[in-house]
Design a binder for this molecule. Structure first.
Ligand SMILES: C[S@@+](CC[C@H](N)C(=O)[O-])C[C@H]1O[C@@H](n2cnc3c(N)ncnc32)[C@H](O)[C@@H]1O
Length: 271
């Protein structure tokens, strides 16, 4: 069977973290009270107490507080826009914090930093921007090659909610915040799912950012957001195939059992 068609359809569609998504990223997720991942990844890095790499670090939502807590942590990301935001934030931190961080522009499927780490984290579902088995395996193998012996890998993906994903053409509002650049503007974000490929396990959609002043719409921005999704056995197989052994797994950042089928959070060790 030729799977190149899937690769063709989705190649380049992981490049959506530009423009409006990048500009609104920090304000949007600061407003997201559901997100409780920062203490989890930060405590893990503090307990490993070694060199950490955050793959797909974005604007440093997790990387920056981790560095401020005293961890040596490098970051790698694909999006120059998000890395630029992180770099600017880093410049206003004290020198000792800056000295704990090195940033790299790179692709998680194929990077080579010439260094190995005690811990690699991939927080907030970046591997859901990998759409083929080849890309997924390449990324996990790359993580493995960048870990010291018995080094740890930690990441999370959502448990697939098929009912929700099958709702194509429906726009769901999720977040609202005051624009940090202009307090007279309220930004409302929604997600429009445009297609759902059950067989190849991905959906395509758009994030829509609408800006309101005095309840009047003054601006609308759209950016592509496509995501793959994984089943539990698929992740286990990917990890095994790339030389990892699962040591801990959770269904939430409060460490509920993974069987609650909401988030799937894994800590794995290099075999
Ligand atoms: C949801 S964001 C998570 C960012 C950050 N880890 C956080 O917790 O806020 C997903 C990130 O994956 C990055 N990304 C997507 N595909 C990538 C790839 N192939 N290589 C490296 N980074 C990638 C995006 O640029 C974006 O920063």
């Amino acid at each position: 069977m030729d799977t190149s068609e899937t690769t063709k359809i989705l190649s380049g569609k992981d490049q959506e973290y530009y423009g409006a998504t990048a500009r609104h990223y920090d304000a949007a997720y600061a407003a997201d009270t559901r997100l409780k991942d920062i203490p989890f990844y930060m405590d893990l890095a503090l307990s490993v107490n070694g060199d950490t790499l955050e793959v797909a670090c974005g604007t440093g939502r997790i990387l920056l507080p981790t560095a401020k807590a005293g961890v040596r942590i490098d970051g790698l990301d694909f999006s120059p826009d998000l890395l630029g935001i992180l770099n600017n934030k880093l410049k206003s931190e004290p020198r000792e914090v800056q000295s704990r961080v090195e940033l790299h522009h790179g692709d998680m499927r194929d990077f080579s930093l010439g260094k190995t780490y005690d811990l690699i984290t991939v927080p907030f579902r970046p591997i859901q921007h990998l759409f083929t088995v080849n890309d997924q395996l390449a990324a996990f193998r790359c993580f493995n090659a960048h870990l010291k012996s018995a080094g740890k890998l930690a990441f999370n993906v959502f448990y697939p909610n098929f009912k929700l994903m099958e709702e194509v053409g429906v726009e769901n509002s999720d977040l609202e915040w005051i624009d940090p650049q202009d307090a007279s503007i309220t930004v409302r974000r929604s997600f429009l799912r445009k297609s759902f490929d059950k067989l190849n396990q991905f959906f395509e959609g758009e994030l829509i950012f609408r800006s309101y002043r005095d309840q009047q719409l003054v601006n609308e921005e759209r950016s592509t957001l496509n995501m793959s999704f994984y089943t539990y056995p698929q992740i286990i197989l990917l990890l095994k195939s790339a030389g990892f052994r699962v040591t801990e797994e959770y269904g939430s950042y409060d460490k509920e059992p993974i069987s609650i089928c909401k988030e799937m959070i894994f800590i794995a060790e290099k075999e």
